[in-house]
Ligand binder design. Structure first.
Ligand SMILES: Cc1ncc(COP(=O)(O)O)c(C=O)c1O
Length: 490
């Protein structure tokens, strides 16, 4: 279930369409309560008036019913546009479907369709040559790739190139037969859950952490064990005494805080996995996008007890639309992962794999990566400079040494309401995103940090966005909308 605004027309109409599609698609049951206007406004970074207007319109259309004291619910009998009752959605047909409905709606990204300068995180678009390069590779691969089913574990030529890349760039020694090509980290995480999780099995996640992994585990029926993250990464001394089925970590560059797992904790985590006979799921997200080499070596390379599942993706270093990633299972689990991938989809699209293999083999990828890292460094510098100049002392942050976003914590002496800032900035054409309860497994009060992506905008655009942001802050200061003074410490 995705609540995604389509970017066409006024925001309240976009929201109206998104909710209507959700309800008519059977993803929300009759009688199901919708989030309050305040909660949904916070979640989507919209104003409450926008959400209110959308809800009222949906009520007028007979999609929602309003009940005094309990807010808006999905109408008991939906009317189609012609006025006849619509087909009610079937009850969930499996426990998995039940959990899908309970865990959603899955709101992806913050909805800021109208903004001109979107400091969105998680979207790399820094090499304008890439579409052309890729078109050429695809045309070539279409000419020689056999039409039959590809190997479900991945084309051997691509696995060979990925193995060579892992050795060169990440310092880990993997035989091509040992790794699997998968459809994004997301598929890797789904396979991990299938292979390792039974209903009720405890699974450790980082808090705050990658919500898409949390959702995957939740819908597979895992019992989530949220372990806090501080500036040295996962607090390994707070791992549970009872053996978890897995521990999911982003050690090279924690999502969303951007910190690296400290050396001592890495060793302790590996020792914990060995002692507990549990599995570490290492998401090497952003590991390659480091500005100040040497890169953090993956845990996989330091694991001498065969406990680490290593996952890397081409989403950040090339493009998320590619949907290609790799999974290196521990040897003891290799056959299970192979079989699970085979049954999931019989293998990833061969043309894309062949194109990527050539791109890696001929050095095009390496040139692209160098270019991306150079461009990202310039954009990061523009953001750091812009925030220092225009942040009006409201933020404190570490300069990112890797990746594509910066975490700007509200400073101790600032009483700025960050949700309000996000709304005002959106009205001024700048998209800023909150570190908020979507990132946390445990309840959090109001957001205390902004996640500012610098992958998509040019340095000049970033500078302009910071200037506008500074003006928005000044307006809030003038209007006295600083809220109560709260601690801004991590
Ligand atoms: C922590 C983390 N891992 C992995 C990914 C990439 O996922 P995928 O390979 O499915 O695109 C992301 C994307 O934002 C992420 O935040």
């Amino acid at each position: 279930m995705l609540l995604t605004l389509d970017g066409n027309g006024p925001l309240y109409l976009q929201l109206h369409r998104a909710i209507e599609a959700l309800v008519r698609g059977g993803h929300a049951r009759p009688g199901e309560r919708l989030p309050s206007t305040r909660d949904l406004a916070d979640e989507l970074h919209l104003s409450r008036n926008t959400v209110r207007a959308a809800y009222e319109l949906l009520a007028a259309d007979g999609v929602l019913a309003r009940h005094r004291g309990s807010g808006h619910q999905v109408a008991a009998v939906l009317q189609t546009r012609a006025g006849t009752p619509a087909q009610p959605p079937a009850p969930p047909q499996s426990r998995y479907a039940r959990r899908l409905r309970d865990a959603g709606p899955f709101v992806v990204g913050a909805a800021l369709p109208a903004v001109r300068l979107n400091l969105k995180y998680g979207e790399p678009l820094t090499n304008p040559l890439l579409p052309d390069l890729w078109r050429r590779e695809l045309a070539r691969s279409a000419a020689y790739t056999p039409l039959g089913y590809p190997h479900s574990g991945g084309l051997l030529e691509l696995r060979g190139e990925v193995a060579a890349y892992l050795e060169r760039r990440r310092g880990i020694d993997v035989a091509p037969e040992d790794l699997l090509i998968v459809a994004g980290t997301q598929q890797a995480l789904s396979l991990v859950s299938r292979v390792l999780i039974d209903e009720g099995a405890p699974a450790v996640i980082e808090d705050p952490g990658y919500f898409e992994m949390r959702w995957v585990l939740q819908t597979h029926g895992a019992q989530l064990v949220a372990v806090p993250v501080d500036r040295h990464g996962l607090q390994v001394d707070r791992l549970p005494e009872r053996r978890p089925a897995l521990v999911y970590v982003t050690p090279a560059h924690q999502f969303p805080l951007g910190v690296a797992l400290a050396e001592r904790r890495r060793a302790e985590l590996l020792a914990y996995a060995r002692r507990q006979q549990t599995w570490i799921i290492e998401d090497d997200y952003d590991g390659e996008l480091a500005f100040d080499p040497p890169l953090r070596a993956p845990l996989y390379g330091a694991d001498d007890a065969d406990r680490v599942v290593h996952i890397g993706s081409f989403s950040k270093v090339l493009a998320p639309s590619l949907r290609l990633a790799y999974l290196v299972p521990p040897r003891a689990l290799r056959d299970d992962f192979r079989a699970a991938k085979y049954l999931a989809d019989l293998g990833c699209a061969a043309y894309d794999q062949a194109a990527l293999a050539t791109f890696l083999r001929t050095g095009g990828f390496q040139r692209h990566l160098r270019r991306v890292v150079r461009a990202l460094r310039q954009r990061r510098d523009a953001l750091v400079e812009g925030l220092r100049r225009h942040g009006r002392g409201h933020f404190r942050f570490d300069v990112p040494s890797a990746g594509m976003h910066l975490v700007a914590w509200r400073s101790n002496r600032s009483g700025l309401d960050l949700s309000r800032l996000a709304q005002v900035a959106a009205q001024a054409g700048v998209g800023v995103h909150l570190l908020d309860r979507r990132h946390y497994a445990t309840p959090v009060a109001s957001p205390r940090a902004l996640l500012l992506g610098y992958g998509r905008l040019s340095p000049n655009e970033i500078t302009l966005a910071c200037r506008i942001l500074g003006e928005c802050i000044a307006t809030l200061e003038r209007d006295g909308e600083r809220g109560p003074d709260e601690s801004g410490s991590q």
